[in-house]
Design a protein around this ligand. Structure first.
Ligand code: ADP
Ligand code: MG
Length: 410
């Protein structure tokens, strides 16, 4: 009964409270705006690179780099959708296929998606990667088209599976007679070159396009345009707009981050029944987003990283040494029946946890005893209990009392 009253309040507040959003959807990551301010140069360059296909000529491959949220996906989709309508107008035999490689997840599925877009149906499993590729190549050649392949977030797939599939793709024109392929590769990682066979790299980057981060003023413009569609008039305060842009610019000029701040700030304000979105709502949104980021990071750790973190948790000291962590980790592995990593490997996992902001590892000088590393948790114990404790495989070791802890007790 009490519960349902609480919920009544939540629903009533929501319905009766001021309506802040006009259209929440336009703040989503995949919303494609009509205008992309501050990306005119990139749009023009990508446009002139793909333009030859309107005269039935293959266009150069192009490689696009930039950190997340710099507008790569938006620009690529924007240019291609305009190209598509122009191609219809001129009757050019052009087709394109957009693939997000991180979400597609495997070479098999990439080739299957390419096959589907030239009208072939490929079973979900059962063929070898090579067979799928051959079917795609044959089907493509019969279609007599210029085929533009967009491989977005290709860095994720290459790091995961290697670049063999890219090697096949970049050489495909050598075996086609009636169709031609051009590739637009997009990477969030500026160092992707180091992961690529030099032949693949040089073939992919016939043209290169770099997206630099947005500065605070540019982000403010982008947010301003988007907020006109997203919020009711006069709801978003000027200071909330400025602080959202400034926070996202300080991170790495990430428009996605800026849009998230705005959306979550709007939701926070809405839940509080506020009539306007203020700077304070953005600050709360930032905490909220950071909290969710930490939870995601925790959930996605590998087993041994989780065990290392749990060892620091069990030690419950303001500073622990790698040796102490290793002793507890050793016991936890025993309890779980998990194989043990070396202390050296554990050291690198600790560094990784440090770079993710989950622990703090500081090297301190011990005078004539040399240097040692002091490690402590950087997130709350409660959060670890909630997130890792909810995994049933850890239920025993959450409450486990490590023997190593009592070594020096008596
Ligand atoms: P990336 O692919 O580089 O990670 P996206 O293209 O996905 O970045 O952009 C992230 C979000 O920011 C998207 O919602 C996109 O619409 C928006 N965005 C990025 N650049 C601009 C811009 N110049 N103008 C308007 N919106 C932009
Ligand atoms: Mg993208």
């Amino acid at each position: 009964m009490a519960n349902s009253n609480v919920l009544d309040d939540v629903f009533d507040n929501f319905v009766k409270g001021a309506k802040l959003f006009k259209d929440r959807e336009v703040l989503r990551h995949d919303y494609l705006p009509d205008r992309l301010p501050h990306r005119e140069d990139q749009i023009r360059l990508l446009g002139s690179t793909v333009a030859p296909v309107l005269r039935d000529a293959r266009c150069s491959n192009i490689f696009i780099y930039g950190k997340t949220g710099t507008g790569k996906t938006a620009v690529a989709k924007y240019v291609l959708s305009h190209l598509e309508s122009k191609a219809k107008e001129y009757g050019a035999q052009v087709k394109f296929c957009y693939i997000n490689c991180r979400m597609t997840g495997s070479e098999y599925r990439v080739f299957a998606a390419l096959s589907q877009s030239v009208g072939l149906s490929i079973p979900f499993t059962g063929l070898s990667v090579g067979e799928v590729f051959d079917r795609f190549r044959t089907g493509l050649d019969q279609s007599r088209i210029i085929f533009i392949i967009v491989l977005d977030e290709v860095d994720a797939l290459i790091k995961d599976k290697g670049d063999a599939f890219m090697y096949e793709l970049t050489r495909i024109n050598e075996t086609l007679h009636k169709s031609k392929v051009s590739i637009i590769g997009i990477s969030n990682d500026l160092r992707l070159k180091e992961f690529l066979d030099p032949r693949v790299f040089s073939s992919l980057s016939e043209e290169e396009l770099v997206f630099r981060p947005y500065d605070a003023a540019e982000l403010r413009n982008i947010l301003l345009e988007r907020s006109k569609l997203a919020f009711q008039d006069g709801v978003l305060s000027d200071s909330a707009l400025s602080i959202s842009s400034a926070l996202a610019a300080a991170e790495h000029g990430d428009a996605r981050r800026a849009l998230d701040l705005l959306r979550v700030a709007g939701e926070v304000a809405e839940r509080q029944g506020a009539k306007a979105i203020t700077e304070e709502h953005v600050r709360q949104a930032e905490k909220h987003i950071e909290h969710n980021r930490v939870i995601e990071a925790l959930k996605n750790l590998t087993l041994h990283s989780k065990l290392v973190l749990l060892s620091v948790y069990h030690l419950n000291k303001s500073s622990a040494t790698t040796g102490e962590i290793y002793d507890v980790y050793n016991e936890l592995c025993g309890e779980m029946g998990a194989g043990l990593l070396t202390q050296r490997r554990l050291g690198s996992l600790v560094n990784e946890l440090d770079s993710m902001g989950l622990v703090n590892a500081k090297v301190v000088s011990m005078g004539r005893y040399g240097r040692t590393k002091k490690i402590r948790l950087e997130i709350s114990r409660g959060l670890i209990r909630d997130v890792l404790g909810s995994e049933s495989r850890f239920s025993q070791i959450m409450t486990y009392q490590p023997k190593a802890l009592h070594k020096g007790d008596n």
